[in-house]
Design a protein around this ligand. Structure first.
Ligand code: PEP
Length: 249
């Protein structure tokens, strides 16, 4: 069998409750032809307020769903935050952690991201851990230093069994939402290097940054890229699923 492809959509702060319901009116028509493919895992990550309609659709259509953030404490005086037990009530199994927008707009430090990863693992959930360099860091030759800090911080103190449960997503900041994609060689270089650093041959490593149907085949065919974390192209069913069909094509 060909390798399994993880096609994960990050809606960011898009799709209200009503828009989520509308999305799933159109979704089955494009998802049904591929939903039983044994080499495809679809996941959708929505804003908290859309998790309920998303959970209902996930149950009906058969795909993984998750949140885009969580706090690491279970309850208490943390105004504006959402806890793991709160997400579990909705059936959430996966949570994106350390997305570059959380790191750079909301200034989440490595230490906080590491605590979130650990709290999710302790709860039996799957962190989708994002890391990646800014353009400035790449151009100054610091790509690998920055990513080594980000990854080592997230997995410090975890057992090999725990690091194997994380889904990793390499997302160069300069390629997110910009229309600029890392070349397949650039993305493969980092994903291969990450696999060695993590120390898990079987680690699941996604690439994210302006992935769409037109660049999917080249990117997803790289040996160390197990799938895509998709922002813009995941907001409508057809361009999202097209990423998989173009890869297979
Ligand atoms: C993302 O949100 O993680 C992302 C990669 O966005 P885009 O596909 O729009 O670049």
């Amino acid at each position: 069998m060909s390798k399994k492809i993880y096609l994960y959509g990050n809606w960011k702060m898009n799709n209200t409750y009503a828009e989520t319901e509308a999305f799933f009116k159109d979704f089955p028509a494009v998802y049904n032809p591929v939903k039983d493919a044994p080499d495809l895992e679809v996941g959708i990550f929505a804003p908290f307020t859309s998790l309920w309609p998303l959970s209902q659709a996930a149950k009906k259509e058969g795909f993984i769903f998750g949140a885009q953030n969580v706090y690491y404490e279970a309850s208490g005086a943390f105004t504006g935050e959402i806890s793991i037990p709160m997400l579990k009530e909705y059936g959430v199994t996966h949570v994106i952690i350390g997305h570059s927008e959380r790191r750079h707009i909301f200034f989440e430090p490595d230490e906080m991201i590491a605590k979130k990863v650990k709290a999710l693992l302790d709860a039996g959930m799957t962190p989708v851990f994002c890391y990646g360099e800014t353009l400035e860091e790449r151009e100054s030759g610091n790509t690998f230093t920055v990513m080594e800090r980000q990854i080592k911080s997230a997995i410090a103190g975890l057992t090999p069994a725990e690091t194997a449960k994380i889904i990793y997503a390499y997302e160069p900041v300069w390629a997110i939402g910009t229309g600029k994609t890392a070349t397949p060689a650039q993305a493969e270089e980092v994903c291969k290097w990450s696999r060695e650093l993590i120390g898990q041959k079987e680690a699941v490593i996604l690439y994210g940054g302006s992935v769409k149907g037109s660049n999917a085949k080249e990117l997803l065919s790289q040996p160390d890229i197990d799938g895509a974390l998709v922002g813009g192209a995941s907001l409508k069913p057809a361009p999202f699923i097209e990423i998989y069909t173009a890869y297979k094509g």
